[in-house]
Design a protein around this ligand. Structure first.
Ligand code: UN1
Length: 513
């Protein structure tokens, strides 16, 4: 990886052999046990991070609390200016940060750059939004009264993010939270701690240059135990968590028990319906990128293809031939399409899924397997696989974070395909490939897809930041990123003002003294 300037990237991002620091400016150092970050690309130790102890967590919370008192008073467009500067710094660091994402997480360099681009995009979006935190004005039922609503900053936002988007998901949350006048405490995945340090170093510069309180952006490192301190902490009104459905249920219950708000982005089991009116060439590109992009480790990855029987063999052949062209290897080498899985555990889950689909009656048509030999020493490189299966199989119902694509056949009308598409626990992303207007509109209608994201003639992954991102059912119901997702980061207040000399009551109630 050295030939791609990995070391220069680490230097530029301020990554040291051992990285300490729990909040911006490094006033509070973390001194807990060290977390070593090994690259799935070459199996080498990149650097280590000291984790946050409960006492240090307390200091971080104090600095966040102090920072909020100041930040909430800064006018929103001025907060937007800070986010604009952050976006500029990201532009300057796009190459270095994209490389680090690729090297620490294992996604292709193009996708690493794409992830940093998502951060830049959400900053631009947030800057504009900082002048548009609109509430409504309502007509009061009482004479001489005015009624309106306003949005106030919420406070401390706790962010728990996953390894697969180690930088962008944080930015979706922070860029919005900051313009809303909030401060953030972030616990990145313990599998990608250096991406967290790099992001903190970048925003740390902006905070310093603007003489702002360092607690605006806090970073805590460690495993779920440090996350639990946040979810149970009454001082954090909103917890935004990305990860598995299992994790989300635990987070949701802890946060709900103290009546906090949670924004959950959990598992997906995303399908593309391929109807007889589909453009096969487009279908294959969308399905292959969706299934093997980020080595199948996006929550929006395509896991199921629901194909009409009349074109099933044609689509299957085209897919098998496309999979034959895939180059698997070092993701920093741009001639490769597919990089490694995150770690040995992910490889185990991948292998287990392939065993299970056969046990449950499926047929593997593109063989999987772990790749060994020169260039694959990390043991995390696997072959993207395709299996013919039934939607009812337990393994098909389950999200496996790996490049395993299930082919499901449907017959009859598109309603049957929609029933299969909706026939899983998760509800994140979905797509239909068709040039038939009726099929497309039915798929998007109330009796169509039950997912938070439903696309026509594009795949399931690669959503733009401008739309609200998230899903229903076991996906957790949260929405972040674009549209009006900002509202969850603020508290809404309804104000009624009486400018008369009498006090009429609402609902016409008489109360004479
Ligand atoms: C995720 O996998 O957690 O839509 C986020 C996409 C990306 C974000 C995925 N924009 O695939």
């Amino acid at each position: 990886a050295e030939q791609f300037g990995k070391n220069e990237a680490l230097y530029q991002l301020g990554i040291k052999p051992i990285n300490a620091g729990t909040s911006t400016g490094n006033t509070h150092f973390s001194s807990g046990e060290t977390l070593d970050s090994y690259s799935p690309v070459d199996g080498k130790l990149i650097a280590s991070v000291t984790t946050t102890t409960p006492e240090e967590y307390e200091k971080v919370m104090q600095s966040a609390t102090e920072a909020f008192k100041i930040v909430r008073l800064i006018p929103a467009p001025q907060r937007g200016e800070i986010v604009r500067q952050f976006g500029d710094k990201l532009r300057k660091n796009k190459e270095a940060l994209g490389k680090l994402v690729s090297y620490e997480m294992g996604k292709s360099l193009q996708e690493g750059y794409g992830e940093v681009q998502e951060m830049i995009d959400i900053c631009d979006f947030a800057v504009g939004l900082s002048r548009q935190l609109h509430g409504l004005t309502m007509h009061s039922e009482r004479p001489g009264h005015r009624m309106y609503e306003q949005y106030h900053p919420l406070g401390i936002v706790g962010i728990i993010s996953a390894f697969n988007f180690p930088v962008a998901v944080w930015a979706w949350n922070t860029a919005l939270a900051w313009i809303c006048g909030d401060v953030c405490v972030w616990k990145p995945s313990e599998k990608t701690p250096l991406c967290g340090i790099a992001c903190q170093n970048i925003i740390g510069q902006v905070i310093k240059e603007n003489n702002l309180p360092e607690g605006i952006s806090c970073l805590i490192n460690g495993d779920y135990k440090i996350g639990e301190l946040m979810t149970a902490d009454k001082r954090i009104p909103l917890i935004s968590a990305t990860g598995s459905t299992r994790m989300g249920k635990i987070v949701a219950q802890t946060v709900a028990a103290r009546l906090g708000k949670s924004l959950l982005e959990l598992g997906g089991n995303n399908a593309i319906i391929v109807t007889p009116d589909a453009d096969i060439k487009m279908t294959v590109i969308g399905a292959v990128f969706g299934a093997v992009g980020t080595a199948g480790q996006r929550c929006t990855s395509t896991r199921r293809l629901i194909i009409h029987e009349s074109i099933y063999d044609k689509v299957k052949e085209a897919l098998v031939s496309a999979y034959g062209q895939l180059k698997i290897g070092n993701p920093l080498d741009e001639s490769n399409h597919v990089g490694p899985l995150i770690d040995a555990h992910a490889v185990k889950m991948y292998a287990l899924a392939l065993d299970r689909v056969e046990e449950q009656g499926g047929k593997i048509i593109v063989e999987g397997g772990v790749i060994t030999g020169a260039g694959y020493e990390s043991g995390c490189y696997v072959k993207p696989a395709i299996a013919e299966a039934q939607n009812s199989f337990d393994i098909v119902q389950h999200e496996t974070f790996a490049p395993v694509l299930y082919l499901l056949k449907y017959s009859g009308s598109v309603e049957h395909a929609i029933a299969i598409q909706n026939g899983v626990g998760q509800g994140l992303s979905s797509a239909i490939m068709t040039n038939n207007l009726r099929e497309a509109e039915l798929f998007l209608s109330v009796v169509g897809s039950d997912c938070g994201i439903s696309n026509v003639n594009i795949g399931t992954s690669g959503a733009e930041i401008g739309g609200a991102f998230g899903g229903e059912k076991d996906t957790g119901g949260g929405r972040e990123s674009g549209s009006d997702a900002w509202k969850v980061y603020m508290r809404r207040q309804t104000n009624t003002i009486n400018y008369t000399t009498s006090l009429p009551l609402a609902q016409g109630i008489k109360f004479d003294l």
